[in-house]
Design a protein around this ligand. Sequence first.
Ligand SMILES: *[C@@H]1O[C@H](CO)[C@@H](O)[C@H](O)[C@H]1NC(C)=O
Ligand SMILES: *[C@@H]1O[C@H](CO)[C@@H](O)[C@H](O)[C@H]1NC(C)=O
Length: 311
Amino acid sequence: VQEHTSFHLIQISSFANQSWAQNQGSGWLDELQTHGWESKNGTIIFLYTWSKGNFSNEELKDLELLFRVYFIGLTREIQDYTSELQYEYPFEVQVTVGCELHSRDVAKGFFRVAYQGSDFLSFQNMSWVPSPEGDSRAQNVCYVINQYEDIKETVHSLISDTCPRFILGLLYAGKMDLQKQVKPEAWLSSSPILGSSQLFLVCHVSGFYPKPIWVMWMRGEQEQPGTQQGEVLPNVDGTWYLRVTLDVEAEEAAGLSCQVKHSSLGNQDIILYWGHHLSMNWILLAVIAPLMLSIVFALWFKKRCSYQDIP
Ligand SMILES: *[C@@H]1O[C@H](CO)[C@@H](O)[C@H](O)[C@H]1NC(C)=O
Ligand SMILES: *[C@@H]1O[C@H](CO)[C@@H](O)[C@H](O)[C@H]1NC(C)=O
C-alpha cells in the first residue's frame, strides 16, 4: 500500500575558513522534500500542512532545539579539530540521517557522513564506524566520538524510534497528497542525426505522479529494442518528466508509435503515432471535424425551427 517508506534528513556543511561555516538542512520523504531548515534562527520549515505528521508542537520544539544545539556544537568541534586532524579549508561535510520503513514494525535506521563527497563514517550497531574510503582520519574521528555514550544513545533513539514513528504519522497526515494520481502529457519531437540518414525520435512524457511509469517506442505490438530511457527527472510542481528516445532510419520512422502506461491512466494507455499515422489522424480530423460541425449545425437549425413551430 505504501510507496513512501523512507524519511531522511540531509545536512550540508561548508567550511570556508577558520571563521566561516554554513549549514544547510532539509527533510525528505523518499524523493519528496517535506522540510527545510532556517539556519539563521535555527528553526524547522514545514513545507506542507501535513509536514508535522502526528507529532505535537512540543515534541517538534524539542527536536528543533536538538538540531540547533547539534549544528552549533558540530561546527565548533570541527573548527577546533580541523588543524589537529590535518584538514585543510575549504571543505564540505554531508550527512544523511534517517530510516527506512520496510513494514509497520521493521525499520532500519542510518546515519552516514561524507567528507569532500566521499563516504567517511557511519553509525552501526551503537557505534561509529570509519568507511573504507575514509583513511586514518576517519578512524581518528570515530575513536574520538565513540567515547560520547549519550550522543550514541540519542542518535540510536532518533533513527530507530523517532524516525519510524514520524514516517507513519507523515504518511497518514499526507495521504491526500502522497496518494494523488496525476496523468502525464506526452508529445513527440525529432531531429536529424548529422552525417547519417537517421532520425533521432524523442517521446516526452511530463507532469505525471507517482513516479513509476512505462514508456516504449513501438511498431505495432513490437517493442523497439533500441529504445533508450532517460532518467526520470523532477518538475518544479512535484510531478515527473521522462524522455524516451530512438535512433531510426528516416524512411523507417513512419508507423512507429510511443506508448505510455501509468497508474493514473488505468488501462487507457497513451499512444502517439509518428509521421504517416500522425498525418493520417490529421487528415481524418480535417475531414471529420467539418462533417461533425455541419451535423451539429443542422440539428440545431432543425430544433430552432421546431421551437418556432410551437404556437
Ligand atoms: C572566510 O570565508 C568567507 C566566505 O568565503 C569570506 O567572505 C571571508 O572573507 C573569509 N575570511 C577569512 C579570514 O579568510
Ligand atoms: C503517531 O502515529 C504512530 C503510528 O500510528 C504512532 O506509533 C505514534 O505513537 C503516534 N504519535 C506520536 C506522537 O508519535
